[in-house]
Design a protein around this ligand. Structure first.
Ligand code: SF4
Length: 710
């Protein structure tokens, strides 16, 4: 625990970055903060280089320490007081809503925000602003798996079992996942799994660091994973590996799926995907004959305009083999962002209220409105998914003001140049961030926000395990927590502000009762989530402190939490899981003579998300200084491109420029670029903005391009 006033000061907390939420110890001595390893069930003392270097940003010279307000005369961002900045925001929001209605203001959140912030942001949008327009960057992360899980199992929890189960699986199938680069400490579970005699099979168009460790690597054409899954189920049916008793007792809808996959004989899947029939058969056998088998998907399978159906195809396979609910078996999704799981449970999604409730459910509206102390009919209805929201900004009838917390859509949104134009067209753009991101650089007002080591809160990791982030020290002078910003804005937006309100509220409570205390926000979140799918009612900070986190659902303080789901029933009305027949369909944009190559995006080990933070960390910058375009040597030879030579990747929407990196690990018909950089190397200048009709997930993982020498 934090011991204020003592030297050295130590805090047991978690990494600020990805969904593994590795445990770490922060020590402050003589003003210098260092990261030390800490035993925690997900990382068991391991950290990747991003975690080891996370403290560097606490005292980074680029850090924002004062609000910035754009000067109308010069057009420059200038330092301002909090009073000036907040007054500018409030007057701007009021003017926009007076002229264009409440929905003319929108809020955009992030999957890195704590549960308390995600909750407070949803309440702020629906109550203080009264707008239906709120969504977040998690829509770009694992929304397809969330939607697929919800419709099959009645619940969306990334892993419905503890991570340790990976080490016990006899067969582990990873689809579009590269944990060796995205979550290195997780690889120890994979190593243990193979040391126990288990088989690791990876499906990925690139021979990634993870795929190179696998016993079998299937390298399909991007966008054909769904056909691969249907072919695997076809083989399992033919060979008699389907668990018919499980299907009969615990599921509905298998007959329709059986009819669909009957047409996916392996040779047809090979023709479409390029995966040899022998490899499909070996994979189906490894899954179908294993005592314990786990199927995991990640962004490679999910970030498609058919992402929900692709994940559903693998969920169908898992259900047909009787895996979900069996020890050491099941289907799961590897969440990406630090609070990708919790971030989508507490109401910062366009269609949701806290507790993973639907915003159009009358009972949910009544329950949450009561917690919020407002009449249910004053709550707005559902908004629109993230890309649709961003693409409507500044257009006739679309929102004219946007508040962004913990996100950088100028780099992370698909078809990013268009989104950048939309942001420039706004009457008011407000960004709260710790650094001047590419999005913050466009803002009218920038608010300096506290970092992870400067505030308390909870996160929910990829296992559905709720954890405590603990503050090591308070924010520096001039910097506020997001909760303090929201509390202050809420107070100022009241029709008749309390005259006792101060301009400079502390992090506890504003003079007129708006709380910025994360512990009190969490207490309210628990009440709001009670009875919902993601029920936190029984989770207290003390209970988290006494154990290695608490798994939701956890409805009572004295009752058990839920490390494993689905043992006896699924949380559907009748307790049964649902099959859904799904068919392959082409990518939204196919290759042509002008754009003859497939383009796909992803991550590198030393960078994270839009790179706002990690590009500023010296060791990470040394490890991964620049973007690159990965090309197969055969393709490079055809194009006359040498290793390191600058190239342009051109799509129908834009281009990126970066040096070529030749690698035999990628298919010759596919090129890859990481998405961590802005400017000319921005991968999302090229990506397609077609979205999944169910989840709203953009098709980041495939579009058509040509490559030219720059
Ligand atoms: Fe942080 Fe993720 Fe690396 Fe762990 S794996 S240290 S949580 S970035």
């Amino acid at each position: 625990a934090t011991r204020p006033g003592r030297t050295p000061r130590e805090t047991a907390t978690h990494c600020p970055y990805c969904a593994l939420q590795c445990g770490m110890l922060l020590r402050e001595e003589a003003g210098r903060v260092t990261v030390l390893p800490r035993q925690f069930p997900t990382n068991r003392g391991g950290l990747c280089q991003k975690g080891w270097t996370a403290a560097e940003l606490l005292d980074h010279p680029d850090r924002l320490t004062t609000p910035l307000v754009r000067d109308p005369a010069s057009g420059e961002l200038r330092p301002a007081t909090w009073s000036t900045a907040m007054a500018r925001i409030v007057s701007g929001l009021r003017a926009v809503q007076a002229g264009h209605g409440r929905d003319a203001v929108a809020v955009f959140g992030g999957g890195g925000l704590t549960n308390e912030k995600a909750y407070a942001l949803g309440r702020f949008a629906r109550v203080a602003l009264g707008t239906r327009h709120i969504d977040y960057n998690g829509r770009f992360c694992m929304s397809s798996a969330a939607a697929a899980g919800l419709r099959a199992f009645g619940v969306d929890r990334g892993l419905p079992f503890p991570l340790a189960d990976l080490g016990r699986a006899d067969t582990l199938l990873l689809v579009g996942a590269n944990p060796a680069e995205t979550m290195p400490p997780l690889v120890r579970w994979l190593t243990e799994q193979r040391q126990r005699g288990g088989r690791l099979i990876v499906v990925d168009p690139r021979a990634t660091a993870t795929a190179r460790q696998a016993d079998l690597h299937l390298q399909p054409l991007p966008g054909t994973d769904l056909a691969v899954a249907n072919a695997l189920l076809h083989i399992a049916l033919t060979e008699g590996w389907v668990d018919r008793a499980y299907v009969a007792e615990r599921t509905d809808g298998f007959d329709a799926v059986r009819r669909t996959v009957a047409g996916w004989w392996p040779a047809r899947a090979e023709q479409l995907s390029g995966v040899p029939v022998a490899d499909l058969e070996a994979t189906a056998r490894a899954l179908g004959t294993a005592e314990r088998a786990i199927i995991l998907t990640a962004r490679g399978a999910e970030q498609h305009a058919k992402g929900v159906d692709t994940v559903t195809a693998f969920v169908n396979l898992a259900l047909a083999l009787g895996l979900p609910g069996r020890p050491g078996s099941g289907y799961g999704c590897l969440t990406g962002q630090g609070n990708g799981q919790g971030g989508r449970e507490h109401g910062q999604k366009a269609d949701q209220l806290p507790g993973y409730r639907r915003i159009d459910d009358p009972a949910a509206r009544t329950h949450v409105a009561e917690v919020w102390g407002v009449p249910p009919d004053t709550l707005p209805g559902p908004g629109v998914p993230a890309y649709q929201l961003l693409d409507a900004l500044g257009t006739p009838g679309g929102p004219r003001a946007l508040l962004v917390f913990g996100s950088n859509p100028v780099v992370s949104a698909p078809r990013a140049a268009r989104i950048e134009r939309r942001l420039r067209d706004l009457d008011l753009l407000v960004v709260a961030d710790l650094l001047l991101s590419e999005t913050a650089a466009l803002a009218d007002v920038v608010l300096p926000a506290a970092q992870w080591a400067e505030e308390d809160g909870t996160m929910t990791n990829l296992e559905g395990r709720v954890l405590r982030r603990r503050a090591l020290r308070p924010p520096p002078p001039g910097v506020r927590t997001d909760l303090a910003i929201l509390a202050d804005l809420t107070a100022r937006l009241r029709p008749t502000p309390d005259p006792r309100r101060t301009d400079e509220p502390a992090d506890g409570e504003t003079a007129d009762g708006e709380t910025a205390d994360p512990r009190r926000v969490f207490a309210e979140l628990r009440r709001a989530s009670a009875g919902g799918v993601a029920d936190y009612a029984g989770i207290t900070w003390e209970r988290i402190d006494a154990a290695d986190g608490v798994f939701w659902p956890c409805p009572t303080v004295d009752g058990p939490d839920s490390p494993r789901l689905f043992a006896d029933r699924f949380p559907t009305p009748d307790g049964r899981a649902r099959f859904h027949p799904v068919e392959h369909r082409p990518a939204a944009e196919e290759v042509s003579s002008d754009y003859p190559l497939h383009f796909t995006t992803g991550r590198v080990l030393a960078q994270y998300q839009s790179g706002t933070q990690t590009r500023r960390v010296a060791a990470l910058r040394r490890a991964a200084p620049d973007a690159f375009v990965e090309l197969h040597p055969d393709l490079a030879a055809r194009l006359g491109v040498a290793d390191g030579e600058p190239v342009r990747v051109v799509s129908r929407r834009g281009e990126l420029r970066a040096p070529a990196r030749l690698s035999p690990t990628i298919r010759p018909d596919t090129v890859f670029a990481p998405f961590h950089w802005g400017g000319p190397a921005r991968a999302n200048s090229v990506t397609n903005d077609a979205v999944d009709p169910i989840s709203g997930m953009p098709e980041f993982k495939i579009c058509a391009v040509r490559v030219e020498k720059a």
